[in-house]
Ligand binder design. Sequence first.
Ligand SMILES: [Zn+2]
Length: 243
Amino acid sequence: MAKVFVEALVLGAINWGEADKMVTLLTREQGKCKAAAFGARRPKSPLAASLQLFSYVEVELTEGARISTIRQCTIKEHFRRLSEDLETIAYGSFVAELATELSPEGEPQPEVFERLLLIFRAFEVRQPRITALAAACQLLELAGLGLRYEQCVHCGAPVNGDVFIEIEEGGLLCPSCRTEASMPFSSAARELLSDMLRLSWKRDASLQVKKDALLQAEEIVLLYLKSLFGRLLRSIEFIQQLV
Ligand SMILES: [Zn+2]
């Protein structure tokens, strides 16, 4: 059986068997993979301390016919707020769940890995709610699924100023084409989403956020995700319980 060392971000973990865990990893080298961590829930297991959700780790994987097994795990970077602060954990779970949904299994995605690492680091210093929304915009864009809003989907008119959006119709509607089901989409919310898309995640990169624009942008992205996956992401229910 082949043994490999890979760098990975821990995106998910579920309890399994008597004392085992099944973890979802986004590896730098091999993309997303699931791996079994036998005994990881025993307090004395060296995996118990190192294999934590959101951690940046190096793992030794033994590739099996059906599933890989984690033999050893070393922490390269631990994110304190993502393990201690409930609000940060909730928004971090949303980002991890979205990255899991968007990543195909076994396909290397070095750009997504690097971006996610920057996002997890940003959770240590930035406001979690804003970080999560900016992360969602960037992960969707990297997956080729970013929201597009250059023109009205009905008449093709270029989009300027305050317009409307109808997710079911697949995009923006100008004021003349709006229907009763259209939601307002202000130019402020649109600017915020494009600023978020360009955010470099450097420590001094600031983002101007007005509350109304944030609420509208967030509502639109969540509706878009719901139509994309055909359901609400589980982590969103967790967030809604906190607010
Ligand atoms: Zn139109």
